[in-house]
Design a protein around this ligand. Structure first.
Ligand code: GLA
Length: 485
């Protein structure tokens, strides 16, 4: 595996805060002795670059303070005991022999059981170490990332389980390799995720967002302007992307669009070319050229399966086998133009966002560091406006071209915009959260007004409860192992 970060996941002493003390106590009560270690993996918020990681384009997320903790102890039995601090999540024990024996089944409505995410992590870890493991595990899990909110609670759970299992087996693995491994692990659940959530979970650093590229996986710090604050607000619409085919449908629409655009380079028979970024590279064009090419080669708003097969000169069976997933094989219509346009334009917005942050760094004040104060207020306001506009454009594109917004998300974005705050949906969409770029001096006022106007007035929620759904956040550090003895 490639990567620029050969550092190992840090192993440090247990920090004594309230949450850690509680998980150690609860683990001891449940299993009779304290845990040997705790794996901690953060959630994330993506600032810009949505639904483009699986197309091979860079994204720009940062880690949150909220996280998943997995406390663990080794046992001789070849079993894993899985417990959750939240009683609504049932306990489970599984026999472990080999990764092939671990099956990840959904419930009767096609929704994954909560512990499937833990099993995905363990299955991937076993595969990575070729089933050569010596001990079973007792695991106790506690999380404070709101589930189904687009803040990557599922990926943090998969990653924390995988990290815990590998650590328990003494397997050393660097940050980039475990990030790629965890991205593969999560695909056992059925969604073809791109890897952003796992990459930021392991490669995040305090005070900076990260510009993440693929093949090889690299993460480069992006220092955010000091006067910018990022506020996350929950729409109260929950989303579980593994429970529907909405996510995979977008993934395969992008694959089919890539195949058609690649026809210009006569590479149709090369089945390995399936991402929009691969096509851009082969054709040696700019992102703006690719947008023009989409209008030229994908003029229709809807393509039937039959039409796509005809254009690509393949049979429906070939199309199923080569490009579709289990849960998208029955689809008969695809929106290729809209999806490809979003991807190429969003990829440009990421570059623009990063460039603007670099510009801001050169001009003076940046988040989390002491700088000279050379930038004039006018320049600095322009920088926030440029970043904000990119975020608003991203939301508009996700709403109209990618069709992955939700009426609650749109309402949050509209309310923000009335307060002159730019925002966008973050994560997969179809529910979950928005992220808003708010000038620091306006944060208190913005949060207060959103609490009243969205949560209290629109959703009929008690003001105190509303406070738990909206928070300002700063970039946090990535995964770590706390050694307890
Ligand atoms: C989910 C996936 C990521 C990414 C986002 C959308 O979080 O896990 O890989 O595709 O959706 O940007």
């Amino acid at each position: 595996m490639n990567g620029n970060n050969s550092e190992l996941v840090p192993i440090t002493k247990v920090p004594y805060n309230e949450r850690i003390r509680r998980i150690i106590d609860e683990f001891s009560n449940e299993f009779g002795s304290p845990p040997a270690f705790i794996a901690r993996v953060p959630g994330r918020v993506n600032l810009i670059g949505e639904h483009i990681d699986y197309c091979g384009y860079p994204v720009l997320p940062m880690a949150l303070e909220q996280d998943i903790l997995v406390a663990g102890s080794l046992i001789e039995e070849h079993k894993v005991y899985i417990r959750n601090a939240n009683p609504k999540y049932e306990s489970i024990e599984i026999e472990i022999k080999a990764y092939d024996d671990i099956s990840i089944n959904a419930d009767k409505d096609g929704k994954p059981f909560w512990y499937n995410y833990v099993l995905c992590g363990i299955k991937g870890a076993l595969e990575h170490i070729n089933n050569e493991y010596s001990s079973g595990l007792k695991l106790y899990i506690d999380g404070n990332i709101p589930p189904a909110s687009g803040l990557s609670s599922s990926s943090a759970l998969v990653s924390a389980a995988c990290l815990a299992f590998l650590y328990a087996q003494n397997a050393t693995i660097n940050k980039t390799d475990i990030a790629s491994l965890c991205a593969r692990c999560e695909r056992y659940i059925g969604t073809q995720g791109g890897g952003m959530d796992q990459a930021i979970a392991f490669l995040a650093e305090k005070y900076c967002a990260q510009y993440i590229t693929w093949n090889p996986l690299t993460a480069t710090k992006v220092v955010l302007p000091e006067e910018a604050s990022f506020v996350v607000a929950h729409s109260l619409a929950e989303i579980n992307k593994a429970a529907t085919n909405d996510y995979n449908r977008r993934v395969i629409e992008c694959r089919l669009a890539s195949k058609i655009l690649a026809l210009s380079a006569d590479t149709t028979k090369d089945h390995s070319i399936i991402t929009l970024s691969q096509v851009q590279k082969i054709l040696d064009k700019t992102l703006a050229d690719m947008v023009a090419l989409v209008y030229e080669k994908l003029p229709k708003l809807v393509y039937t399966k039959e039409e796509v097969c005809k254009i690509l000169n393949i049979s429906e069976e070939e199309m199923d086998d080569l490009y579709l997933t289990q849960n998208t094989r029955h689809l008969t219509e695809f929106k290729l133009k809209q999806r490809a346009l979003h991807v190429y334009e969003e990829a440009s917005r990421v570059e623009e966002f990063r460039k603007t942050c670099m510009q801001s760094k050169k001009n003076g004040k940046t988040n989390g560091s002491i700088n000279d104060k050379s930038g004039s207020t006018g320049d600095r306001n322009d920088i926030l406006t440029t970043l904000g506009k990119l975020m608003s454009d991203s939301h508009e594109s996700l709403k109209s071209l990618y069709e992955c917004s939700h009426k609650n998300l749109d309402l949050l974005v509209d309310l923000s915009s009335k307060m002159n705050v730019h925002s966008r949906l973050t994560g997969a969409g179809w529910g979950g959260c928005i992220v808003a770029l708010c000038p620091k001096e306006k944060v208190k006022d913005y949060i207060e007004r959103m609490e009243n106007e969205y949560y209290v007035e629109h959703c009929n929620i008690d003001k105190n409860k509303a406070k738990s759904y909206i928070f300002a956040t700063t970039p946090n550090y990535g995964a770590v192992i706390y050694k307890n003895k």
